[in-house]
Design a protein around this ligand. Structure first.
Ligand SMILES: [Zn+2]
Length: 131
């Protein structure tokens, strides 16, 4: 697939395509540096800590802590009908990931686990529920 095709199909660009391919199998991938072990998300072609280009994809635990949360009342995408809650989750590995809430009403500091929201013709989106 060309870069344009992957973007059109919801699989991101060449750099983020592995994330979306794994999402199809309900696996959360993060980049980890082979030089200093730093985890990072979103993907970059080099490590943010040591600038090494030895970064590769590894599977994350899918567990984390709510760092921040908000309820959206204004429609910003035709795919999402307000009101809905989104959480910024600090993953066990360190990076923060934004996602919708699938179950419960998580508060800041709550432990959450990842789940996947299936979509038609696109890879699933990560969502979180209270652990
Ligand atoms: Zn590094």
């Amino acid at each position: 697939m060309t870069n344009e095709e992957t973007i059109e199909n919801g699989y991101g660009d060449a750099l983020s395509a592995p994330f979306w391919q794994a999402a199809k199998e309900h696996k959360l991938l993060l980049q980890q540096c082979g030089n200093c072990s730093h985890f990072q998300f979103y993907p970059r072609p080099y490590c943010l800590e040591c600038q090494s280009d030895d970064v590769s994809w590894v599977e994350a635990s899918g567990k984390g802590t709510v760092y921040s949360q908000t309820t959206v009342h204004v429609q910003v995408s035709p795919d999402f009908n307000p009101p809905y809650t989104v959480v910024l989750v600090e993953l066990e590995e360190g990076p923060r990931l934004l996602g919708h809430v699938s179950e419960g009403e998580p508060a800041i500091g709550d432990q959450v686990t990842i789940d996947w929201n299936e979509r038609e013709d696109k890879p699933p989106l990560p969502v979180f529920s209270v652990a």
